[in-house]
Design a protein around this ligand. Structure first.
Ligand code: GRF
Length: 218
């Protein structure tokens, strides 16, 4: 199967972009990162893309009078580049229903919580305040409502005594770097089926993919 042309939308550090670039460096990975677009100039994500010899572009929302015109420019560039799938990776702009519809089931996001818990910002502090014992990250198809849409995959991490939002964020981020490439691999290889708004994987996960916290007694 031909590798899918993927664009990654970023706004900052780009550690998830790096995980996708590293995965796509393997020629058997079913997707190639064809373009990285940032809405902010000078961010680390752009350096990471340049280092991997991936074309970059800055489309600043500040250069447009409103959200629709910014998104139109974004879509136009994605189409020009022959992009088939779009991954949001720390992209800090909310996209309107029109853009989301245009890229329906071709637009993917990673969110640092086990959705549908904790949509929105400050997920790690909110998870600690709620006292949950498992936290994590989700990769999902994007729908118009913020941080909603069919869940492709999730990774859970334990919340440990003494965790701070920072220590928990670091543990979740490590899980993100494993989860995002895996989910992109499944989507790009067309192993993800949607039944209504639910994702069904044609390749079943191993039955030992379970996480307990506290750990069960042996
Ligand atoms: C990640 O935690 C991601 O889940 C969230 O924003 C953060 C981006 O980090 N959407 P990075 O730019 O990928 O390092």
């Amino acid at each position: 199967m031909k590798r899918k042309r993927v664009a990654v939308l970023v706004s900052g550090r780009g550690s998830n972009l790096q995980a996708l670039l590293d995965a796509a460096a393997d020629p058997v990975f079913p997707a190639e990162v064809a373009l990285v677009i940032s809405n902010v100039a000078g961010v680390q994500a752009l350096e990471r893309a340049a280092k991997a010899s991936v074309p970059t572009e800055i489309i600043s929302h500040r250069d447009f009078p409103d959200r629709p015109s910014f998104e139109q420019a974004l879509s136009k560039r994605l189409e020009q580049a022959g992009v088939e799938l779009v991954c949001q990776a720390g992209f800090m702009r909310i996209l309107t229903a029109r853009f989301v519809e245009q890229w329906h089931n071709r637009l993917i996001n990673i969110h640092p919580s086990l959705l549908p818990a904790f949509p929105g910002l400050d997920t790690h502090a909110r998870a600690l305040a709620a006292g949950v014992k498992l936290h994590g990250c989700s990769v999902h198809f994007v729908r118009a409502e913020v941080d909603s849409g069919p869940i492709i995959g999730q990774a859970a991490v334990p919340v440990l005594t003494g965790d701070t939002p920072e220590s928990l964020a670091a543990r979740v981020l490590q899980a993100e770097h494993g989860l995002y490439p895996r989910c992109l691999q499944l989507v790009a290889a067309e192993q993800v089926d949607l039944q209504g708004e639910l994702v069904r994987l044609s390749e079943q996960e191993a039955s030992n993919a379970q996480l307990f916290n506290p750990a069960p007694r042996m």
